[in-house]
Design a protein around this ligand. Structure first.
Ligand SMILES: Cc1cc2nc3c(=O)[nH]c(=O)nc-3n(C[C@H](O)[C@H](O)[C@H](O)COP(=O)(O)OP(=O)(O)OC[C@H]3O[C@@H](n4cnc5c(N)ncnc54)[C@H](O)[C@@H]3O)c2cc1C
Length: 480
């Protein structure tokens, strides 16, 4: 079994060399993931004459961007949190911006087929245990998404459709799903293919990309300097797009929490999936705090992941998220429970990635404390494929010194909630994760979860798509 992500997917081409000597740019972007590449591209679109460098420690996409689940959807699932942080009008603007971001991805995939995008819907499911212990039947309360759907409606949007009961298995691939909604504009894509496409577009736009170029020091001030193996890189502005690798910066570490997410990929079984009619490429997830997410790939493999695994004490990332997944057996077991017909199918690959979680599930974008020319965009909280487009817009505006709707967004320099200090944070996270595991096990077995475990599990920092969850609607609403 391979340990590198997405064995069957395109790589990003020949590795580009480091700068080799002291260089100077108008903007230096540190990190060649989705956020760094989107930022560089946006700068070039806004001001083509700007000299932009991307400095990437490894190869573009070596971090979460090339090893994620490839699922995409809009920010309507975060509308409640966006509204609380930014106000109603801005929440709507940002959610609409992610809809436009999806259109951009669709257009990119039209130009560059390696993106492998299939707009087959983002399907948010619940199994019986995730709807109150037993299958409550078709007439029961709508499911854990009730508040999310209501919030979007209150803000004037109808992004979700209910998946008809007799279509649940065909759309989710799982006979265990008992209810689901979908966002039809969502879907799945190839993560390394997306990185390869953005990298190619950035190079074509004149961005200079330096790979195998680890930035080991930053001196701020009016003209920041970055230390690289080849020499010092000076820049008019610096953008830190280093995801979990920014989580130990003193200005950010209290607000970020690094946790693993793990994926397995099966051998190709196109016939088996076709028998079930599950071939559209829907991006599917469930309703647990340690979310399960899965997709049937264009080659007829199943890519199946689980969030909330390895916790990084003191946000130390090291190489822990780059080798073999220690959670592969656990994720494979979850896949076989969810998709029982995969029982005998071999796995071809298993890998880990690190997620930079914030306490409210929204990213942190702004100026590094005390600096006027150093900006950061981190904390994508396990959902970055589309939000990185919004991030690129904000960061490009900041780096260019623009005053516009992006740089004035209340999302910029917001006072985000903090996690408890270490070592309490790591200890607490272990307790909460164990409680979440016990709640999930009870749900799987159709039992009521232990009360203490439920209470502790509810302390999980907001997981993707779970920001307004799970609160059962009141009985009178259910009766209607
Ligand atoms: C397993 C997994 C599954 C996920 N599934 C989904 C999904 O289905 N849908 C979705 O929307 N999101 C998903 N996400 C989240 C998504 O992948 C991230 O939010 C997104 O990729 C973040 O992009 P980024 O550019 O900030 O980070 P990264 O891709 O991690 O990029 C940061 C880059 O910075 C580089 N770097 C770090 N330190 C330095 C340094 N000192 N010098 C130079 N370079 C440096 C790293 O090598 C890395 O390439 C998932 C994440 C994981 C881990």
């Amino acid at each position: 079994m391979e340990h590198r992500p997405w064995p069957a997917r395109p790589a990003a081409g020949v590795t580009l060399p480091p700068p080799g000597r002291a260089r100077s740019f108008d903007v230096a972007v540190v990190g060649g993931g989705l956020v760094g590449l989107q930022t560089a591209l946006r700068i070039k679109a806004l001001a083509p004459e700007t000299g932009v460098a991307v400095l990437e420690r490894d190869r573009c996409g070596a971090g979460a961007s090339g090893r994620n689940g490839g699922q995409f959807h809009s920010w309507w699932d975060r509308a409640g949190t966006l509204e609380a942080v930014c106000g109603e009008a801005e929440a709507v603007r940002l959610a609409r911006a992610t809809e436009a971001g999806i259109e951009e991805l669709v257009a990119l995939a039209g130009r560059r087929p390696e993106v492998g995008l299939r707009q087959a819907g983002w399907v948010w499911t619940a199994g019986p245990g995730q709807r109150g212990g037993r299958d409550p039947g078709p007439e029961a309360a709508p499911g854990p998404w009730a508040e999310t759907v209501a919030k979007a409606r209150e803000l004037g949007a109808e992004p979700y459709l209910e998946v008809p009961r007799d279509d649940l298995e065909r759309r989710s691939g799982s006979p265990r799903v008992s209810a689901a909604i979908e966002e039809p504009r969502g879907g799945s894509l190839s993560p390394p293919g997306l990185v390869a496409a953005l990298r190619a577009e950035a190079l074509a736009a004149g961005v200079e990309i330096f790979e195998r170029t680890s930035v080991s020091g930053l001196r701020g001030g009016t003209r920041p300097q970055l230390a690289t193996p080849g020499g010092t890189v000076g820049a008019g502005a610096v953008v830190l797009a280093t995801n979990v690798w920014a989580a130990r910066l003193p200005q950010l570490r209290g607000k970020l929490f690094v946790v693993g997410s793990d994926l397995v990929e099966s051998a190709p079984v196109p016939g088996l999936l076709a028998e079930r009619g599950w071939i559209g490429g829907e991006a599917v997830c469930d309703s647990q705090a340690r979310v399960l997410y899965w997709t049937a790939t264009p080659e007829g493999r199943v890519a199946f992941g689980r969030g909330g695994n390895r916790i990084a004490p003191f946000n130390r990332v090291g190489g822990r998220y780059e080798g073999a997944s220690r959670w592969a057996a656990d994720v494979a077991a979850a896949m076989r429970r969810t998709l029982p017909y995969m029982e005998r199918v071999e796995l071809d690959a298993a890998w880990s990635g690190a997620v930079d979680r914030t306490a409210d599930g929204l990213p942190l974008v702004g100026r590094l404390d005390g600096e006027t020319k150093v900006f950061y965009g981190v904390g994508w909280s396990g959902s970055g494929v589309v939000p990185s487009i919004v991030g690129g817009q904000v960061l490009a505006g900041l780096a260019l010194g623009l005053e516009d709707e992006w740089t004035r967004s209340p999302l910029v320099d917001r006072a985000a909630p903090s996690f408890p200090p270490e070592p309490l944070r790591t200890l607490g996270a272990h307790v909460v994760r164990e409680s979440v595991r016990r709640v999930a096990a009870a749900a799987d077995a159709g039992r009521e979860p232990p009360r203490l475990a439920s209470a502790l599990a509810s302390l999980t920092p907001t997981a993707p798509a779970r920001s307004e969850l799970p609160k059962a609607p009141p009985a009178e609403e259910r009766a209607r």
